[in-house]
Each structure stands twice: as structure tokens, then as C-alpha cells.
Design a binder for this molecule. Structure first.
Ligand SMILES: CSC[C@H]1O[C@H](OP(=O)(O)O)[C@H](O)[C@@H]1O
Length: 359
């Protein structure tokens, strides 16, 4: 494999060093200007890193949460495993509340607590080893899922296609290859030419700072556009599909993704362009009946007014509305690409079929 592509697809966005028992992440708020690892030691540092998007992207947040729960468990001083479990639950509640929309965060915390509960009769060392194995399983499982998602996504494209994407759903947001952008990296590995139009994605610019950074380094033909240029790109006939990630998929196929995604889907519907969301089944919340029930994170207005300006705008008093996500109605969606295959409407049935064997 081309080394430049490998450095992108196999990025170490989250790294648990078992020899030193230390957890590291790449601080994504510094990208693309600086690629710097930071260590996460305390629950406060972990929550801050998730809240401030130093680690971000639904699957990556879930993977990080797995290692965080293991690292926190190692620091728990408890007279017996029942007391240990109660303390780990408290840490899990704090961590799980760091960001409300991406279901992967609470899913991973729950998986780790279930693993702890299953080993309460073991001695502490065995319990901790089981937790470490579970964190590694979550990570390795995501690598396998994203690889499969990227294969299914690539099956929808042909050489020379143009695709518009929004926000960042590449390796930095996941584990390997990614979801929304995974097919583009797989295509690059195989010499398939896909032309990608990446929305810069205001206000935190995940598309400009991360997607164009990843794709350009991998040699993918990527064009960075402002969010308000998507309509013209579609009208010009430059894209044959839209691929986006997801943070939570409801049981009827409505899904939450970065703010602006629903606008992309509405534009695509107008121009007759198919829209796919790509994500692992851990992002599907079958307990959430529709998009109206997905909690949407509201963020600080300074991210709009001041974050990327040479100097803060002289608008200290102006009100801001800064939802981090919006919900795309399932009627606007062509398909949902998961590691188990591509789901098509009616999504209530096709999504339920993914879980029919779940005990
Ligand atoms: C592969 S999930 C990526 C998903 O997460 C992003 O949100 P954020 O950057 O706030 O974590 C965005 O919604 C992406 O589509």
C-alpha cells in the first residue's frame, strides 16, 4: 500500500500504550497546522477533550470512551468489586454526558460497564484485564466495521464519479478508513478516481481542517468549498452522490449529523442526486423512534463569532444559535451504508432486520 495513504488510513488518532498504561489522542483542534498527541489521565481531562472536540466523530468518541473507562477503572480504590463497580458507574455517567448526540459515547460506556459487571466475581487484576480487552475489542471492531462500510460505500461509485461530503467522517473521526469518507480512501488505494467536494462545514470547519487535510495527504482529488457553494456544485452536475457520516440514526431512518447535513440532503433531492449516510450499527439507536427524539447539542456562540476571525468580531452582544447537529428526514435519504450492508427504504424494516439476530 502507498505509504502516504497508509499514514492517513491508519492514523493513530487514539493510542493506548499498555506498557506505560497511558492514553493518548491526537488533539484535533490543532489540525491541520499541528499534529500533536496529548495524554488523557483524569475524567476531567477526558470530558474536556470530548466537549472541546480534541477527540471527535461518533465512532472515535466511542473508542476513546472505552479506553477512558479502562484507565479510570485502574485508578479506582475500592475495598471490593461491588464498591469498585459503583465508582466506575459514576465515572461512566460523567463521561457519557460529555456530548449528548453521538450515541456511540453512551453505547461504549455501557459496553464497558457490562464487561465489568460480568467479571465482578474475578479478582481485581482479572477484572481490569477483562476491561482492557473490551476496550481493545471496541477499537478493533470499529476498524473491521469501517473497512466493511468503506467497501459497501465504494460499491456505489464508479471511476470518475464526483461526490459531495459534509463535515469529517474519515479515519480521524473513527478508527481506520472512516465512514463517510472511507470509500474515497479505499478508492485511492485501488487507483479509482473519485472527485470529492468537501464542504468546509461552519462553524468548526471539520471539512476544511480535517477532511481536505486527510484526503489531500492521501492523494484524493479533493476540492474544498464553502457550505453555501454546495448548490452550485450540484447544479453544475459535478457530483453523482452525496456521502455523509452520522452521529445517531433513529429507527425510522431519520439521522443526526453535523449541522448543515439536512440542507445538503434537501439540495440533493432538488437536483435528483442520491444521498447516503454511512456509519456502523453502533450509531443506530433502535430505541429512538424518529429524529424528533434525538438530542441536539447546542454549543457556544463564540464558535460562530470569534473562533476563526483575525480578531474577535465587534459583536459582543449579538445573539447566536449554534446547534452542532441537525436531523435529516429519512424521506431525503437514498440509503444507509453499514458494515452489514446497505439499507434501503422502508428504513423501519431494513434497520430492524440488521438486529433480528441480536439476543
Ligand atoms: C464518523 S462520525 C463523524 C460525524 O461526527 C461529526 O461531528 P463532530 O465533529 O461534532 O464530532 C460529524 O457529525 C460527522 O459526520
Amino acid at each position: 500500500m502507498n505509504e502516504a495513504i497508509r499514514q492517513v488510513t491508519h492514523v493513530q488518532n487514539i493510542r493506548y500504550d499498555k506498557a506505560t498504561e497511558r492514553l493518548y489522542i491526537i488533539d484535533q483542534t490543532l489540525l491541520p497546522n499541528e499534529e500533536k498527541e496529548i495524554e488523557l489521565r483524569t475524567v476531567e481531562e477526558m470530558i474536556e477533550a470530548i466537549k472541546m472536540l480534541r477527540i471527535r466523530g461518533a465512532p472515535a468518541i466511542g473508542i476513546c470512551a472505552g479506553y477512558c473507562m479502562y484507565a479510570l477503572a485502574r485508578d479506582i480504590d475500592a475495598k471490593d468489586n461491588e464498591a469498585f463497580y459503583r465508582k466506575l458507574q459514576i465515572d461512566g455517567e460523567l463521561l457519557g454526558a460529555a456530548r449528548p448526540t453521538a450515541v456511540n459515547l453512551r453505547w461504549a460506556v455501557g459496553e464497558m460497564l457490562d464487561a465489568a459487571k460480568a467479571h465482578l466475581k474475578d479478582d481485581r487484576a482479572e477484572l481490569l484485564e477483562a476491561l482492557y480487552r473490551k476496550a481493545v475489542d471496541i477499537h478493533e471492531d470499529d476498524i473491521a466495521k469501517c473497512t466493511a462500510i468503506s467497501e459497501y460505500g465504494l460499491s456505489l461509485l464508479k471511476d470518475g464519479d464526483g461526490v459531495l461530503t459534509h463535515c469529517n467522517a474519515g479515519p480521524l473521526a473513527t478508527s481506520r478508513y472512516g465512514t463517510g469518507q472511507g470509500p474515497f480512501l479505499l478508492a485511492a488505494e485501488r487507483g479509482i478516481h473519485i472527485r470529492v467536494f468537501a464542504d468546509e462545514t461552519r462553524p468548526l470547519l471539520q471539512g476544511a481542517r480535517l477532511t481536505s487535510y486527510e484526503l489531500q495527504r492521501a492523494g484524493v482529488d479533493v476540492t474544498l468549498i464553502c457550505d453555501n457553494m454546495a448548490s452550485m456544485v450540484m447544479k453544475n452536475g459535478w457530483v453523482q452522490a452525496c456521502f455523509v457520516g452520522c452521529d445517531r440514526i433513529a429507527a425510522n431512518g431519520d439521522f443526526a449529523n453535523k449541522i448543515g447535513t439536512s440542507g445538503v440532503a434537501i439540495l440533493a433531492k432538488h437536483y435528483g442526486i442520491p444521498v447516503y449516510t454511512l456509519g456502523p450499527t453502533s450509531t443506530i439507536d433502535m430505541n429512538c423512534p424518529d429524529g424528533a427524539h434525538i438530542p441536539i447539542e447546542l454549543r457556544d456562540g463564540d464558535e460562530i463569532k470569534n473562533l476563526w476571525y483575525e480578531k474577535p468580531m465587534a459583536l459582543p452582544e449579538v445573539k447566536c444559535f449554534n446547534p452542532s447537529f441537525d436531523v435529516t428526514d429519512h424521506e431525503l435519504l437514498t440509503g444507509i451504508v453499514t458494515e452489514k450492508g446497505i439499507c434501503y427504504p422502508p428504513f423501519t424494516e431494513s434497520l430492524a432486520a440488521l438486529f433480528k439476530d441480536k439476543k
